[in-house]
Design a protein around this ligand. Structure first.
Ligand code: AMP
Length: 215
């Protein structure tokens, strides 16, 4: 099944995408993760994307769409995929429709993760990430046993540059209207299901599985 996860930053869609993709045996394709990896490896893509990620702005559509087109053409997406963080603009949604058509495939479902913005600001600005293995924590809701140290690998926990409060607020501003337009776009295509992402992890997971028809 080919699925898009839509939602503002901090709705927990990345965590849910990772676990559902594992269960379904399909790749979890997160455009933010691809950009961060490219930046840490110092590739051409990383050089193009860095300034945008640091400030919370969107990477230009032509860069992002080209990258997604290449990724979706890879063999491992044949059984399906979960696309997380793309599309973020109507131009990207239209590009995705074209890419799918060229590949002779169809987007089946779009899941919108809904949560109030004050909750998102608290979630993102309290988030800490392991600099070694990428595991995520939250200073209040999911703290590590030892402050600043990853439980899984002992790596140092850091705050992502774009999780600082001012950048979080900017990221929400940048994405708010665009997300609303995407909701309308996919509602018109009859593909949208909205789930309440403000509850406990297990509750969100349950709604999600119902929405995609996985037991
Ligand atoms: P995320 O991890 O999804 O919050 O994305 C982190 C950052 O990567 C965003 O603030 C943007 O700078 C960039 N980014 C991720 N996905 C996209 C996209 N579809 N279009 C443009 N920029 C993106």
């Amino acid at each position: 099944m080919n699925i898009v996860f839509l939602g503002l930053p901090g709705t927990g869609k990345g965590t849910q995408a990772e676990s559902l993709a594992g269960e379904m045996g399909v790749p979890h394709i997160a455009t933010g993760d691809i950009f961060r990896q490219a930046i840490s490896r110092g590739t051409e893509l990383g050089k193009k994307a860095k300034q945008y990620l640091d400030s919370g702005e969107l990477v230009p559509d032509e860069v992002t769409c080209g990258m997604v087109k290449e990724r979706l053409a890879e063999q491992d997406t044949k059984p399906g995929f979960i696309l997380d963080g793309f599309p973020r603009t109507i131009a990207q949604a239209e590009a995705l429709d074209r890419i799918m058509q060229e590949l002779g495939r169809e987007l089946q479902k779009v899941i919108f993760f809904s949560a109030p913005e004050d909750v998102l600001i608290k979630r993102l600005s309290g988030r800490r990430v392991c600099s070694k293995c990428g595991a995520t924590y939250h200073v209040e809701h999911n703290p590590p046993a030892q402050r600043g140290i990853c439980d899984k690998c002992g790596g140092e926990l850091i705050q992502r540059e774009d999780d600082r409060e001012q950048t979080v607020i900017r990221r929400l501003e940048v994405n708010r209207d665009k997300t609303q337009k995407l909701i309308t776009y996919y509602q018109r295509q009859g593909k949208l299901t909205t789930i309440d992402a403000n509850g406990p992890l297990e509750e969100v997971q349950k709604q999600l599985k119902e929405a995609v028809g996985v037991q």
